[in-house]
Ligand binder design. Structure first.
Ligand SMILES: [Fe+2]
Length: 290
């Protein structure tokens, strides 16, 4: 069994000021490495968690998974190649730009640029949140959060991540309007969500988790005050029990911001379950789904 961690997300955007507003609303940190070309947000000691690349394109650019060691990186490269997918061992220059030792990349079966690495750069300096917060982001052995893709063929995509990348199926939702498989690769309930889409593949959301419910509520207040669009109101998910809300980013996807998700610490005895897609309470979508 391989433990991977969601390490970073790269985004192309022309909307630097809007992203800075999001950074303030959510209490992110700004890394010293930030330049005119790349805005680097921190969540913890790592330099590179969310990179906003100045661009005339808008949207998802890449996702990075921390393999933790050279052995795991090499094993994953071999498994992805065995699945018939080309893997590029990236240059030292690109690895340095991402702030990691060794980096490989491929495009998954839906075209999402996916990077694998080990040895990410950390800072000794404590992180300075852009706004005062009461607790930390929940990262460490759970990685930086989770990502959710909407995909045209859910079963095929799930099998690829399970077979080639050693993800495990944690839970599912099944319903007339929402079908999702939740996959884990460490104790976080899910680091990857795969949603049955109705069109081409798209990046749906990034989730960031904080320790305290108060930080969720205070971020909600700041987002509203700064005019950031709330995509979905506060609510508690049935599946991983997180209390969260969703904001719209200017780059075509949402950020879910929450607290209180359960973990999977007993790998051997976990059984995947099927839930109704509704939430326990709340989570009213303010945006209409196409
Ligand atoms: Fe989520």
């Amino acid at each position: 069994m391989t433990n991977l961690k969601l390490g970073y997300l790269g985004v192309n955007s022309a909307q630097r000021e809007e992203w800075l507003k999001i950074g303030h609303a959510l209490g992110l940190g700004l890394a010293n490495e930030t330049t005119d070309d790349v805005l680097y947000f921190r969540l913890d000691e790592y330099r590179n968690r969310i990179a906003i690349h100045q661009s005339d394109q808008e949207g998802f650019a890449y996702v990075g998974w921390d393999c933790g060691s050279p052995q795991v990186l090499r094993a994953r490269i071999a498994a992805i190649k065995a699945a018939g997918i080309d893997v590029v061992v990236e240059s030292e220059e690109l690895a340095a730009e991402r702030g990691v030792c060794e980096l490989a990349s491929f495009h998954d079966i839906n075209g999402f640029r996916t990077e694998f690495y080990y040895g990410a750069m950390v800072h000794n300096d404590p992180m300075h949140h852009l706004e005062p917060v009461e607790g930390h982001f929940v990262t460490a052995d759970e990685g930086m959060g989770h990502v959710v893709y909407a995909v045209p063929d859910l079963a095929k995509t799930r099998d690829f991540y399970i077979d080639a990348l050693d993800f495990r199926l944690t839970d599912m939702t099944r319903g007339p309007w929402l079908t999702i498989d939740f996959l884990r690769c460490n104790p976080r309930h899910h680091s990857l969500g795969l949603m049955q889409g109705r069109g081409p593949a798209s990046f749906q959301h990034l989730m960031l988790q904080v320790e305290t419910l108060d930080d969720v509520g205070r971020a909600y207040d700041r987002a509203e005050k700064q005019g950031i669009k709330i995509a979905c109101t506060l609510g508690r998910h049935n599946v991983e029990k997180m209390v969260s809300f969703y904001i719209e980013t200017p780059s075509g996807f949402d950020i879910e911001f929450g607290s209180g998700a359960i973990r999977v610490d007993d790998e051997e005895n976990w059984s995947a379950k099927v839930y109704d897609p509704g939430s326990h309470w709340g989570h009213t979508w303010l945006r209409k789904w196409g």
